[in-house]
Write a protein that binds this ligand. Structure first.
Ligand code: SAM
Ligand code: SF4
Ligand code: SF4
Length: 364
């Protein structure tokens, strides 16, 4: 790790820094004054898709060793940790993966998470991000279990482009049917995530915008990110958010919208002549680390404080060793207190070859 900027290294904080000042209460803040507000829970590292930008099939083939079941947190373990995070002030839970809907009996977990309450007694914002392929059989069960909102990832309406990007030749019509199932089950408006890659699906930007507006979905364009190492990311494949907005504005006319809340990652726009909203997540061209309040729990129970982290902190060990809630709370607060992550703001040639976790392992 010679030459690494020490401020990028989560191991850099001294052990002494981790000690909580005596009598500390209230929301825990990290070194940059950010609170812990959102928890993304990866329920599996497996996926039925092989999206070229996330789990390219050449690397994640038949021989790839995913986590054995014994190493994956059980629903009871996930619920226990989520409960501790919520007691620490987390108000939003996003269930993700891998593909969360490949985890058997997922609606049971959703029901357990939906029963959690914030300290003031209010309900949590409980959401799920999915590739949409299993929504036809599951959307109704997820709704009944108490899931609040769904985000579906969809990178093109063009069948050939979509089949190539998902890496398994999966037809777009089946995801559209899953989206229809979610709407029929009472979810809405849905959010649709579209990762834009130069030369691959740029021409899908306008058709996606027109479609989402017509269907009443909230479309979020995501700049292609250098998460993990297996996607062979190159900066020239990133279509900057400003270019995406400019393209839509030229045809459909956009006006900026204020953020819904502090820390919202998307820049939002509405159509000048009526209903509809689009957003851009400009993680590469306009990083938003200063307001990043998200923690991530991997399927094996590691806590990550950044999408680009080198490693996480094991919570499964203490959990399975019988730690009390207070001990788990102390472990989480200790990690958050020393958090100084701001990878996207520091992204440069110096960061390009750093080891980091893959996106599917800790969720989006
Ligand atoms: N399998 C689910 C899905 O695709 O929605 C949930 C997990 S996936 C890792 C979460 C989100 O991360 C998806 O919207 C996906 O498009 C996005 N994503 C994955 N790799 C990415 C990358 N290299 N750059 C930007 N977004 C990425
Ligand atoms: Fe699977 Fe989602 Fe990654 Fe695509 S983006 S390979 S659907 S985890
Ligand atoms: Fe948050 Fe890390 Fe992304 Fe910055 S790079 S916004 S700290 S996850």
């Amino acid at each position: 790790m010679a030459g690494m900027n020490p401020s990028l290294d989560p191991a850099a904080p001294l052990a002494a820094d981790r000690a909580e000042p005596a009598g500390a209460t209230g929301p825990v803040l990290d070194r940059l004054g950010r609170r812990l507000h959102d928890l993304r829970i990866s329920v599996t590292d497996r996926c039925n898709f092989r999206c070229t930008y996330c789990m390219p099939r050449e690397i994640y083939g038949r021989d790839f060793a995913f986590l054995p079941r014994s190493e994956v947190l059980s629903f009871e373990e996930i619920e226990r940790l989520a409960r501790v995070f919520v007691a620490e002030g987390v108000e939003k839970l996003r269930v993700t993966g891998g593909e969360p809907l490949v985890r058997r009996d997922l609606p049971d977990l959703i029901a357990m998470l939906a029963a959690l309450r914030r300290a003031d007694g209010g309900p949590l914002d409980l959401t799920l991000t999915t590739n949409g392929s299993a929504l036809r059989p599951l959307a109704g069960l997820l709704r009944d279990a108490g899931l609040g909102r769904i985000t579906v990832s969809l990178d093109s309406l063009d069948d050939a482009t979509f089949r190539a990007m998902n890496g398994i030749d999966y037809p777009v019509a089946r995801v559209l049917d899953g989206i229809a199932a979610a709407t029929e089950s009472g979810f809405g408006p849905l959010k649709i995530n579209m990762v834009v890659r130069r030369g691959i699906n740029e021409t899908s930007i306008l058709p996606m915008a027109r479609w989402a507006r017509r269907e009443g979905h909230i479309l979020r364009f995501i700049e292609y990110m250098d998460v993990g190492h297996s996607n062979g990311w190159r900066l020239d494949e990133v279509v900057p958010a400003s270019e995406i907005v400019g393209l839509i504005h030229a045809e459909l006319g956009l006006e900026p919208l204020p953020p819904n809340y502090t820390g919202e990652v998307a820049d939002r726009w509405c159509y000048r002549d009526g209903d509809g909203e689009v957003g851009v997540i400009a993680s590469v061209s306009q990083p938003f680390c200063s307001s990043c309040t998200r923690a991530r729990l991997s399927a094996e129970g590691k806590l990550y404080t950044c999408l680009f982290a080198l490693d996480g902190t094991d919570l499964r060990g203490p959990l399975r060793d019988g730690a009390a809630d207070a001990e788990l709370t102390a472990a989480i607060r200790a990690v958050w207190r020393v958090r100084a992550d701001r990878y996207s703001e520091l992204r440069s040639e110096a960061t390009a070859n750093r080891p980091r976790i893959e996106m599917f392992a800790i969720g989006g």
